[in-house]
Design a protein around this ligand. Structure first.
Ligand SMILES: [Fe+2]
Length: 421
């Protein structure tokens, strides 16, 4: 099913979906009707997100959660010290746990705000070499934007199955349980959005087409498993991990309808727009999805990509210029090279340019761009992304201990401007 935030309806068994009722007295086959809300009941209609699930057992059927003792690198809390105004960059970590599944292979690199504020975003990396077996993950703290960097993820959510290869991103709503299966090893990024659900950005003067088009978002059809046997539910809740064990698989939703659902999107379908005259536009022109804050135009989180595209601007410094922003920028690289850095930013790596940190091209990229013959040229074979937020990121201890020690040197040795005598 395609479309973003549209009203979907799907049933894995004919007749499972009630017609003309959300909660009939007796749903078909003895299924249980359950509403999953992604917004307050009274949110304006265009922001209202909810789906009705028809399942074999209600989610309410579980024993008390207890603290989860595994996955010490996922949701560990941020470093307990003042945040230095330093620019930070990381190579892909080489010491993530081996042999882990997706849950235990997650490591939190940075976050901002308390999940209980219903604002903020966290950035995690993952390295998994095993399928989740006999367990599911659910995040009460926010939706998960999964950005594979290597290896394909097969995600079985309550609302259906979807496959995510590198070059695709997947969005799993707050509260939706899922299991991830993999073959070989899989690495990538997760942006966890505690705030308003991601949506497509307004297009303003761009018009009714362009950037990410709604019809390119794919939502799975209903799929369920009928499994009686132990299934662990790991829940991230208010920044901590909790566990309980059911006597059945909770991936037992036979039919559902509504506009709150997982979806996936192929980044190659992004219609990039840029200058055809001069000057380098703000990176907001590359926004795929946005989570607004309560301040108009100031995003709680923007998911932005830097895809292959033509560069044709005349008398223009084509890479990003030097800048300092109120917004804070976490960047990752799925593959290829990012045009503002000559070296040191590897696929699977990460960088952080926080509130008012001066950054931009390194010396080599600046020199190359300043001397370039400005023929039309195409940036090819690359996909970088940014999760930009109005709340400064706070790195975790794990991240601080692994930051590149010499990142500042990327901006050393710029020649001094020569004023007329
Ligand atoms: Fe930047």
């Amino acid at each position: 099913m395609t479309g973003f935030g549209g009203q979907f309806e799907t049933e894995a068994v004919p007749g499972a979906l009630p017609k003309g009722r959300n909660s009939p007295q007796r749903p078909a086959f003895g299924l249980y009707a359950e509403q999953l809300s992604g917004s307050a009941f009274t949110a304006p209609r265009h922001e209202n997100r909810r789906s009705w699930l028809y399942r074999m057992r209600p989610t309410a059927d579980h024993r008390p959660f207890e603290r989860y003792e595994g996955a010490s690198l996922f949701a560990p809390g941020t470093a307990n010290e003042p945040v230095a105004p330093n620019r930070l960059r990381w190579d892909p970590p080489t010491d993530l746990p081996g042999g882990a599944d997706f849950v235990d292979g997650l490591v939190t690199m940075m976050s901002n705000r308390d999940p209980a504020d219903l604002e903020g975003v966290a950035i995690h990396l993952y390295r998994a070499s095993r399928s989740m077996a006999g367990r599911v993950l659910v995040n009460a703290d926010g939706e998960l934007l999964i950005i594979p960097q290597a290896g394909t993820l097969r995600i079985f959510t309550e609302m259906g199955r979807m496959e995510l290869a590198p070059g695709w991103v997947g969005l799993i709503p707050r509260g939706v349980r899922f299991r991830i299966e993999i073959e070989g090893e899989a690495t990538g990024y997760v942006a966890e959005n505690h705030g308003a659900p991601f949506r497509l950005p307004e297009l303003g003067p761009i018009g009714s087409n362009g950037l990410a088009n709604a019809r390119d978002f794919e939502t799975p059809v209903a799929a369920y498993e009928d499994v009686d046997g132990p299934c662990e539910v790991i829940q991230k809740y208010l920044g901590s991990l909790w566990t309980t064990t059911l006597d059945h698989s909770p991936l037992d939703v036979v039919a559902w309808h509504g506009n709150l659902a997982p979806c996936r999107y192929e980044l190659a379908r992004f219609n990039a727009i840029g200058t055809v005259s001069f000057d380098h536009p703000d990176p907001s022109i590359f926004t795929v999805l946005t989570s607004p804050s309560d301040v108009p135009g100031r995003a709680n989180a923007d998911f932005v990509i830097f895809p292959p595209r033509w560069m044709v601007g005349e008398d223009t410094f084509r890479p990003p210029w030097f800048h300092r922003n109120v917004m804070s920028e976490a960047m990752g690289l799925i593959h290829g090279e990012y045009d503002a850095k000559a070296e040191g930013f590897q696929p699977g790596g990460l960088s952080l340019h926080n509130l008012m940190s001066g950054h931009g091209p390194d010396v080599e990229s600046w020199r190359k761009a300043s001397d370039a013959d400005l023929e039309p040229m195409k940036i090819e074979s690359t996909m970088a992304f940014m999760v930009e937020t109005c709340w400064p990121y706070v790195p975790t201890r794990f991240a601080l201990d692994r930051a590149q020690p010499d990142y500042d040197l990327a901006w050393a040795d710029f020649p001094k401007a020569q004023l007329p005598k």
